[in-house]
Design a protein around this ligand. Structure first.
Ligand code: HEC
Ligand code: HEC
Ligand code: HEC
Ligand code: HEC
Ligand code: HEC
Length: 456
C-alpha cells in the first residue's frame, strides 16, 4: 500500500511537470504581472461589463473558499506536485507570471489576484489544446474580441473569431487528470457531441447573452463613447453555483444561478388515476435535459448532484413511499442521484478529484436526452384518499458530507428546486392534476419545443 502511494506520487510529479511544460513552455520565464492591466483600468470605460463580471465565479476563481479548501488539500496530499495544474485555470495571470505557485504567496499582484479577469481573457491569442488550460496568452496593447470595427483611445482592438466559439471556453472547461487520463470535467466535450454543436449554438449564446437556454440579443454600448450596437455580450458568466455565490454574498449571481437551474430541465410524472387498496402502483418520472448544452449536471463532476425526491402520502399525511429525502446528516437516502462516481487507485469511491483513477459510473443526462425512473409501492389497505404524489427535481453543488469535512460543519449546502410535480391518485390534488384520461401527466415546464432555434 505504502509503495503504491509513493509510486503514484512520483508518477504525479513527473506527469504534472510534463503537462505543464507542454501547455506553456516559456510563459513563466517571459511574462510579468506588469504586462497585464488590472481590471480597475478597464472599469473606467467598461463599467457595465465590469459590474457583471465582478460578482461572477470567474472573478472569484481563486478566492473561492470551496476551491481554496480543495486546493490546499490536493497540494498537501500530492506534496505540491499538483500546484501548477490546480492553479492554471483558477489564477492564470499568477501562473504565467510565476507568482503562483506557491499557492499561498502573500504578495500576489493586483493583476493576478482577479481570478479569470478582463485583461487575461482578452489577451489570449489562441489555444494550444482543448482543455487543461491550453491557452496561449500574449498581453500587449491589443485587446482581442468579437468586433472587427472596434475603436478605443486606450488600446488597439483586433477581431478574433475564436472569442465567439465554444473552443475558447473549452480551454478551461474540459479537464483531464494529468496522470490517470480520466476526464474530470467534460463540459466542452459533451457540448461538442451534442446537437447544439451541430446547430452552432455556442457556450457564449447561453452564458453571455440574456437567453439562458438560447441566444438572445442584448443591444447596448460596449464602452463609454462606443457606438450603440445590436448586440454586446453579458459578462455575468452565470452557472449553477448557488453555494459559493451565497457564501460570498454575491446575491445577484446567486439568483441568476437559481434561475438558470430552473430553466435547465423538464420533469414529467405519470401516475394512475385510480388504484385499489393492496394494489401495486408504478409511477414513472422522466427528466429531460432541455436547457443545458452539456451534461446535467456538469463542471465539478464528482461533486455536483441532481436528484429526484418522491414522496407519496395518504390524505392524512401518512407516508406510503419515499425516495431521495435527506437523512439528518444531509445524505440523500435511497434516491437516484445523477452524477459521476469515481474511484481511486484502491478501487474505493472518492470525492477527491486529484485521486481519481477510474469512473465507477456516470449517469448524468446528456443534452436533449431523457432519463426515466420507475417508483413502485403498494397502496396500504387503510390509506385514506386521495393519495398524494409529490415529486421534486433537486440540485446541489456538493454533498453535505464533503462540505462538512472541508469546513467543519460551517455551511449548509443550499438545495435548489429545479422542477416540481404534485398529483393525486383516487382524487384530485392541487392545480397540476388533470385526471380523466387514465393517467395524469404533469408537464411542468413548457420550454422544450423552441430549444433549437438559435442564431446561425
Ligand atoms: C472568461 C473570459 C472573459 C473574461 C473574464 C472577460 N471577457 Fe470580455 N469577452 C469574452 C468573450 C469570449 C467575448 C465575446 C463574446 C461573444 O461575442 O460571443 C467578450 C467580449 C467583450 C467585449 C466586446 C463587447 C461585448 O460586450 O460583446 C468587451 C468590450 C469586453 N469583453 C470587455 C471585458 C472586460 C472589461 C472584462 C472584465 C470586466 C471582460 N471582458 C472579461 C471573454 C471574457
Ligand atoms: C479609455 C477607455 C477604455 C479603456 C480604459 C479600456 N477600453 Fe476597451 N474599449 C473601449 C472602447 C470605446 C471600445 C469600443 C467598443 C465598440 O467598438 O463597441 C473598446 C473595445 C474593447 C474590446 C472589443 C475589441 C474587439 O475588437 O472586439 C475589448 C475586448 C476591450 N475593449 C477590452 C478592454 C480591456 C480588457 C481593458 C482593460 C485592460 C479595456 N478594454 C480598457 C474603451 C476602453
Ligand atoms: C443551450 C444552452 C447552453 C449551452 C450551449 C451551454 N450551457 Fe452551460 N449551462 C446552461 C444551463 C441551463 C446551466 C444550468 C444547469 C447545469 O448546471 O447544467 C448551465 C451550467 C453551466 C455550468 C455550471 C455547471 C455546474 O453544475 O457546476 C458551467 C460551468 C457551464 N454551464 C459552462 C458551459 C460551457 C463551457 C459551455 C460550452 C462548452 C456551455 N456551458 C454551453 C446552458 C448552456
Ligand atoms: C482561463 C480559464 C477559463 C476560461 C477561458 C473560461 N473559464 Fe469559465 N471558469 C473558469 C474557472 C476556473 C471557473 C470556476 C471558478 C470557481 O468556481 O472557483 C469558471 C466558472 C465558470 C462559470 C460558473 C460556473 C458555476 O458553477 O456557476 C461559468 C458559467 C463559466 N465559467 C463559463 C465560461 C464561458 C462561457 C467561457 C467562454 C466564453 C469560459 N467560462 C471561459 C475558468 C475559465
Ligand atoms: C482546465 C482547467 C482547470 C483545472 C486544471 C482545474 N480546475 Fe478547478 N475548476 C475549473 C472550472 C472550469 C470549474 C468550474 C466548474 C463548475 O462550475 O462546475 C472549476 C471548479 C472547481 C471547484 C468548484 C468550486 C465551486 O465553487 O464549486 C473546485 C473545488 C476546484 N475546481 C478545484 C480544483 C483543484 C483542486 C484542481 C487541481 C486538482 C483544479 N480545480 C484544476 C477549471 C479547472
Amino acid at each position: 500500500m505504502r509503495i503504491i502511494t509513493v509510486f503514484i506520487i512520483f508518477t504525479l510529479v513527473f506527469a504534472c511537470a510534463g503537462v505543464v511544460a507542454d501547455a506553456s513552455p516559456t510563459e513563466a520565464d517571459t511574462l510579468s504581472h506588469e504586462d497585464f492591466t488590472a481590471y480597475s483600468t478597464c472599469n473606467r470605460c467598461h463599467a457595465i461589463t465590469t459590474s457583471q463580471w465582478e460578482g461572477s465565479m470567474h472573478y472569484h476563481a481563486f478566492d473561492d473558499p470551496f476551491y481554496q479548501e480543495e486546493l490546499n488539500l490536493a497540494s498537501k496530499e500530492s506534496n505540491g506536485s499538483l500546484d501548477v495544474f490546480c492553479t492554471r485555470c483558477h489564477i492564470p495571470v499568477g501562473v504565467v507570471s510565476g507568482q503562483v505557485p506557491p499557492i499561498d504567496n502573500p504578495n500576489i499582484s493586483e493583476e493576478a489576484d482577479e481570478g479569470v479577469g478582463c485583461d487575461f481573457c482578452h489577451s489570449v491569442k489562441e489555444s494550444s489544446e482543448i482543455g487543461n488550460g491550453g491557452y496561449v496568452v500574449a498581453p500587449s496593447e491589443t485587446k482581442y474580441g468579437p468586433f472587427d470595427d472596434s475603436e478605443s483611445a486606450f488600446h488597439e482592438s483586433q477581431y478574433s473569431e475564436f472569442y465567439t466559439k465554444s473552443e475558447y471556453c473549452g480551454m478551461c472547461h474540459q479537464i483531464t487528470h494529468p496522470t490517470s487520463g480520466v476526464v474530470l470535467d467534460d463540459t466542452y466535450q459533451a457540448w461538442s457531441e451534442s446537437s447544439y454543436a451541430e446547430e452552432k449554438v455556442q457556450c457564449q449564446d447561453c452564458h453571455m447573452t440574456p437567453g439562458i437556454t438560447e441566444f438572445e440579443t442584448n443591444p447596448g454600448r460596449a464602452g463609454s463613447g462606443a457606438p450603440k450596437r445590436d448586440h454586446i455580450s453579458v459578462h455575468n458568466f452565470a452557472g449553477a453555483n448557488v453555494f459559493v455565490t451565497g457564501i460570498l454574498g454575491e446575491d445577484d449571481h446567486k439568483e441568476m444561478a437559481i434561475e438558470r437551474l430552473q430553466e435547465a430541465a423538464t420533469l414529467e410524472v405519470s401516475i394512475p388515476e385510480n388504484a385499489q387498496p393492496g394494489e401495486e402502483v408504478a409511477i414513472e418520472v422522466s427528466i429531460t435535459n432541455s436547457g443545458a448544452g452539456h451534461n446535467l449536471p456538469t463542471g465539478l463532476t464528482e461533486a455536483r448532484q441532481m436528484w429526484t425526491q418522491v414522496d407519496v402520502k395518504d390524505s392524512q399525511g401518512r407516508e406510503i413511499y419515499s425516495s431521495g429525502n435527506l437523512d439528518e446528516d444531509g445524505n440523500i437516502e435511497n434516491g437516484i442521484i445523477y452524477w459521476a462516481v469515481y474511484s481511486d487507485a484502491d478501487g474505493n469511491s472518492t470525492l477527491k478529484l486529484w485521486e481519481i483513477t477510474d469512473v465507477i459510473y456516470d449517469n448524468r443526462i446528456a443534452p436533449t436526452s431523457t432519463a426515466t425512473e420507475i417508483h413502485n409501492f403498494t397502496i396500504p389497505t387503510d390509506a385514506t384518499n386521495p393519495i398524494i404524489v409529490d415529486t421534486k427535481l433537486l440540485y446541489r453543488s456538493a454533498p453535505q458530507s464533503l462540505i462538512d469535512e472541508l469546513f467543519g460543519g460551517e455551511y449548509d449546502v443550499p438545495i435548489v428546486e429545479m422542477e416540481s410535480f404534485k398529483g393525486g391518485i383516487n382524487g384530485e390534488v392541487g392545480s397540476e392534476g388533470t385526471p380523466g384520461f387514465g393517467s395524469v401527466v404533469g408537464l411542468i415546464a413548457l420550454l422544450t419545443i423552441y430549444l433549437f432555434r438559435r442564431k446561425m
